[in-house]
Design a protein around this ligand. Structure first.
Ligand SMILES: NC(=O)c1ccc[n+]([C@@H]2O[C@H](COP(=O)([O-])OP(=O)(O)OC[C@H]3O[C@@H](n4cnc5c(N)ncnc54)[C@H](O)[C@@H]3O)[C@@H](O)[C@H]2O)c1
Length: 354
């Protein structure tokens, strides 16, 4: 299809892969993001022919200029403040995830030829998922039950997009992973956060390259007005208690992740906002699932071949370190309390519909 694709959050995890996918497809791409030193460095490495624009989406004038000057045929709106960073940035969360989405939608609606709007949402909008009480897999038509600042602001943004006059497509992603570890936000907050999640909480992962493929395909496929669940095939269905250990084993350190805590089977709320997803319709419409879980782990193992022997020796030390860094180290109780742990260690996760 002719026509420019504007990718907001174009230098983020999903954005960078999406921009590469669109460029490989021969599309005209404009990557838009905040002007930061890291993004400037990334801009220097963009594929040939990809344009970029610096724009803070919380500034309506900058959004107006960005959209009118690029005149996109499609916008892929990825810019957001995500978990766990969001728990330390409540004000920015609302401004970026909700208000900036509203501004971008309004400005897009006012264009002489309004673009198709592909909106990145999350399986988080379904809320906390106790595997003992909630059916699985999730389906797109299941009700949204947001319960924290991330799921809440993502649900509000979705409602803005779905209520617009634009030709919209909502893509709700599962847990996005990359075999390029430099692309992942592996901060100490991310490790703390991971240790807070119930070990038996379901999550469905997906390779970022498949998410990028889905985003690019959604700009032209016959999916207008649809909500599609974007996750890997069934090999990507995990529980948090298996996920980090498998990743770390692929990096050469089997056993380096200490066991966490299971969720409380009697609680509807003390669970994180992820679950397995029915991707049948999304796969039929977009054909994006190309990397299985084994493909990803095999790729990591071969990239990290040099770490396999020293990693095995280091694993017990890392395990002891991780045990002491866990949010539940020496804490009373037997079950995970993810929201309490997030509140104590990162920031207030609560969300109230305004
Ligand atoms: N990563 C996941 O596992 C996951 C899961 C479900 C949904 N999602 C959704 O996918 C989208 C992309 O996520 P990601 O993992 O690439 O996140 P990311 O944090 O890597 O990228 C987000 C990008 O948005 C940009 N941004 C933030 N505030 C901005 C502003 N004011 N103006 C312009 N740009 C701004 C950031 O600079 C960043 O590059 C988000 O909407 C997220 O909610 C991600």
């Amino acid at each position: 299809m002719a026509g420019t694709v504007l990718v907001t959050g174009g230098f983020g995890l999903v954005g960078s892969a999406t921009v590469r996918q669109l460029a490989a497809d021969g599309r005209r791409v404009v990557a838009a993001d905040l002007d930061t030193p890291a993004n400037r460095k990334a801009a220097a490495k963009l594929p040939d022919g990809v344009e970029f624009r610096w724009a803070d989406l919380t500034d309506a004038e900058q959004v107006e200029r960005l959209v009118s000057e690029t005149a996109p045929a499609a916008v892929i709106h990825l810019a957001a403040v995500i978990a766990p960073a969001i728990y330390r940035a409540r004000k920015a969360a609302r401004k970026v995830n909700v208000e900036a989405t509203a501004t971008l939608v309004q400005i897009a609606e006012a264009q002489p030829t309004p673009p198709r709007f592909v909106h990145a949402s999350s399986n988080a909008v379904f809320g906390a998922r106790n595997p003992h009480r909630t059916p699985s897999p999730l389906r797109a038509e299941d009700p949204m039950r947001p319960c924290d600042i991330y799921s809440g602001t993502k649900a509000e943004a979705e409602e803005i997009v779905r209520g617009s006059t634009l030709e919209w497509v909502v893509l709700r992603f599962g847990g996005v992973l990359s075999t390029d570890l430099a692309a992942l936000p592996l901060s100490s907050d991310a490790m703390l956060f991971e240790s807070a999640l119930p070990t038996d909480n379901r999550v469905q992962t997906v390779d970022v390259r498949d998410v990028a493929f889905a985003c690019a395909a959604a700009t032209t496929a016959d999916v207008a007005g649809e909500i599609l669940l974007i996750a890997g095939d069934e090999s990507h269905r995990h529980c948090y208690g298996d996920l980090a250990p498998a990743l770390v084993a692929a990096l050469g350190m089997p056993g380096a992740i200490p066991p966490g805590r299971p969720g409380n089977p009697d609680s509807d709320t003390d669970w994180f906002v992820t679950d397995w997803m029915d991707t049948t319709r999304a796969q039929e419409a977009l054909g994006f699932q190309r990397y299985t879980w084994d493909d990803m782990m095999g790729e990591l193992k071969s990239k990290f071949w040099f770490a396999q022997l020293p990693g095995r020796l280091l694993a017990p030390v890392v395990r002891e370190f991780m045990k002491r860094r866990s949010v539940y180290f020496n804490a009373p109780g037997q079950y995970a309390d993810p929201w309490g742990a997030i509140r104590d260690n990162l920031g207030d996760p609560s969300w109230e519909r305004p």
